[in-house]
Write a protein that binds this ligand. Structure first.
Ligand code: NAP
Length: 308
């Protein structure tokens, strides 16, 4: 990787589809671009073993392959990548100062594309056993549960995607949902219901995660009958929604009631020169194709902003 400069035309925070798409556009506009990613390139979609709704891939594509290709494309056009966490964003006149543990980087414009992070269940044992059986990423941790039994908590697209992904490794996957109806896309629901390795526990909530060094079981309650039960599992995958990753932005840009960044129709935030794209943006459709579209739109408007 070429050495990083301290000043850029634009800094993109987040290496998911929104940030990568933005980078492809800013780099092609010959704006010097630094993309900062705190974990792995790809964002939340790396959890999807197969993305079937991104246009152009009739047979589907894995979330990892799709975003790796986007990253290669962005770097080919000149985007530089820094793997680190943005801890603060400050304004000094027209300069934007992006602070990381590796130092400060200055830019004329910023695109906030940090996506969303998984919500916690907030039950006893969840925090204690995180990394010891409790996980928020089937693609990252699924292989640790080869020939074991696991539970997935949630009833949205993320939970269904994780359950299907986990059937590659686990002998049995129990999806535990607090209602009797899924929130996921119908085509995903059909796949879930057709999979012989997956069992669904409806109207059920998790009360506690139990184990010694590693997870051994979960305590459940059926909310219709009020009956409590235990389920032996080695893994608990929590997929109960996500929250925009905007902790470091509070007090700088205007956020909505759930903490997502409010933008205008140019995807500009309340601070001139700071744009937002993808799942972190208030009103996002939270789909890869939407994130990629947001990235392009933010980048084009950054071009206009930078050239005055
Ligand atoms: P989501 O759609 O908000 O679903 C969250 C699920 O978790 C809901 O079923 C909810 O139950 C349940 N839940 C929430 N809090 C809970 C709690 N405390 N205890 C137990 N269950 C709880 O979130 P998501 O599945 O993470 O998806 C987020 C966004 O990304 C969505 O817009 C989704 O469409 C998108 N996404 C898309 C794909 C795809 O297209 N393939 C894949 C993944 C994510 P209720 O239903 O009762 O509210």
């Amino acid at each position: 990787m070429s050495e990083l400069a301290k000043k850029y035309d634009v800094i993109i925070i987040g290496g998911g589809p929104a940030g990568l798409s933005a980078g492809i556009y800013t780099a092609r506009a010959r704006l010097s671009t630094l993309l900062i990613e705190r974990a792995a390139i790809g964002g939340q979609i790396i959890n999807a073993g197969k993305v079937e709704n991104y246009p152009g891939y009739a047979d589907g594509v894995s979330g990892i392959d799709l975003t790796q290709a986007m990253h290669q494309q962005a770097e080919k056009f000149g985007v530089q990548t820094l793997y680190d966490e943005v801890i603060a964003l400050e304004i000094n006149g027209k300069d934007k100062i992006v602070k990381t543990p590796q130092g400060d980087f200055i830019s004329k414009a910023v695109i906030i594309a940090g996506g969303a992070e998984r919500q916690k269940l907030n039950v006893p044992g969840e925090a204690e056993f995180t990394g010891k059986g409790v996980s928020y990423c089937a693609t990252c941790d699924g292989a640790f549960f080869r020939d074991k039994t696991v539970a997935v908590i949630g009833g949205g697209n993320a939970a269904v995607t994780e359950a299907l992904e986990l059937t590659k490794f686990a002998t049995k996957v129990t999806l535990i949902h607090r209602r009797h109806e899924l929130r996921a896309a119908k085509i995903m629901e059909e796949k879930l219901l057709a999979d012989k390795k997956i069992e669904i526990l409806w109207d059920t909530v998790v009360l506690e995660v139990l184990g010694d060094k590693l997870v051994k079981s979960i305590k459940l309650r059926n909310i219709v009958t009020n009956k409590e039960s235990a389920l032996d599992v080695s893994g608990v995958f929590v997929a109960v929604g996500s929250q925009p990753a905007t902790g470091y932005l509070k007090g700088l840009v205007t956020l909505d009631a759930v903490g997502a960044v409010i933008t205008n129709d140019r995807l500009e935030t309340s601070v001139p020169g700071i744009f937002a794209a993808g799942d972190i943006r208030s009103g996002s459709i939270r789909q890869v194709v939407g994130a990629a579209g947001d990235g392009a739109m933010a980048a084009i408007n950054v071009g206009k902003y930078v050239s005055g």
